[in-house]
Ligand binder design. Structure first.
Ligand SMILES: [Zn+2]
Ligand SMILES: [Zn+2]
Length: 356
């Protein structure tokens, strides 16, 4: 069940200011761990201060992250009270020979280029984003948007499905989503929802032009969140990339436990697929900074998205530890609020904004 936070403008402003501060901290080399978000010394309102049961998990996540900017960004994103920065759209970047990042700033889509057309992973927030970001972005990198054959929607939130129907209507693209999130859209009937099309089964393989993308159910952020494993190429080198389909934690203990179980099952998938590349559909992984680095670095320099196997596994270990902290927070809040109001109390502490 989705429980959107109804923030006041003042709260939203505070969250943005705080995130800007955290981003600076997260990017500052050598910043003391004690100054990171979620620690006892961070200047946070009492409602989001980490209680003792969760602190050990958050501290472990920070130790795992150490000074790795990708992992530190993940810690920040999963710290209670954090939010997404309001960032402007930017020019597309080819992250690999066959993978294009199409970013509206605070949310991104990926285009997988194959010999027989394009698979789009997510479709940004709206038909306007389809027209204004994805279509011109593909043309800018020399790809033909009319070649979009499939749109894989990672989950049923508007910032991921908003542009999907544009590609179905204009180019005949098929739209894929998990049954649980098609059901979510059937229940909630949001604006710009795509017409129900193809179901994604857990572990499904989507093949186009000799490229096979694996689609795995990783429920938690929504009941039917899907995380792809994508083969990418850099010259003659081939790698396996993962994209975690929905990061922002849900509200209740039960939903958080589902999320944690998905982290575990997907880690096993990643090991089997020898995943070495980490991708995200929101800038919660130092991704936009890495994309800019890639855009400006000389040819042949190391690709900042190619983390290697151990570091991508450590990324998931950080996610695991942060989720355990969130579960401890939610359990503590539920206990403090009493059984009747437990869910509401957990929601306050989790400061969930699961709509993105
Ligand atoms: Zn989102
Ligand atoms: Zn979402």
């Amino acid at each position: 069940m989705i429980r959107p936070t109804r923030r006041t403008a003042t709260d939203a402003d505070f969250a943005r200011r705080r995130l800007a501060q955290l981003a600076v901290l997260g990017l500052t080399a050598g910043a003391a761990p004690a100054a990171l978000p979620g620690s006892a010394s961070a200047a946070t309102p009492s409602s989001v201060k980490a209680p003792s049961a969760s602190r050990a998990h958050y501290d472990r996540a920070r130790r795992l992250a150490a000074d790795d900017p990708v992992l530190r960004a993940l810690v920040t994103a999963l710290t209670p009270g954090s939010g997404l920065p309001p960032l402007p759209a930017r020019a597309p970047v080819k992250l690999f020979d066959n993978l294009v990042l199409l970013s509206a700033g605070w949310v991104s889509a990926m285009a997988v280029l194959t010999d027989d057309g394009i698979v789009l992973i997510d479709a940004l927030t709206s038909p306007a984003d389809a027209e204004g970001v994805i279509i011109p972005g593909l043309r800018a990198v020399g790809a033909d948007p009319a070649a979009i054959r499939h749109v894989v929607v990672t989950h049923g939130h508007a910032d991921h499905f908003g542009g999907a129907q544009t590609f179905a209507d204009r180019y005949g693209a098929r739209v894929h989503m998990s049954p649980a999130d098609w059901d979510l859209l059937d229940r909630t009937r949001p604006a710009d929802a795509p017409v129900r099309d193809l179901d994604i089964a857990d572990g499904a393989q989507l093949t186009l032009g000799g490229t096979t993308i694996e689609l795995h159910h990783t429920p938690g952020h929504t009941p039917g969140t899907v995380s792809p494993v994508i083969p990418v190429q850099a010259g003659r080198r081939h790698h396996s990339a993962m994209l975690w389909g929905g990061l922002n934690p849900p509200s209740t203990v039960a939903e958080l436990r589902t999320f944690l179980a998905s982290v575990h099952s997907f880690r096993a998938v990643m090991r089997r697929a020898n995943v070495e590349v980490e991708l995200s559909n929101h800038p919660n992984d130092h991704g936009l900074e890495r994309a800019e680095q890639l855009r400006h670095q000389p040819p042949g320099a190391a690709n900042p998205f190619l983390l290697g196997g151990p570091r991508t596994q450590r990324y998931m270990a950080v996610m695991d530890a942060m989720l355990r902290g969130r579960i401890a927070d939610a359990e503590e809040a539920a206990g403090a609020a009493g059984t009747g109001a437990g869910a509401r109390g957990a929601h306050t502490v989790a400061a969930s904004h699961a709509r993105c």
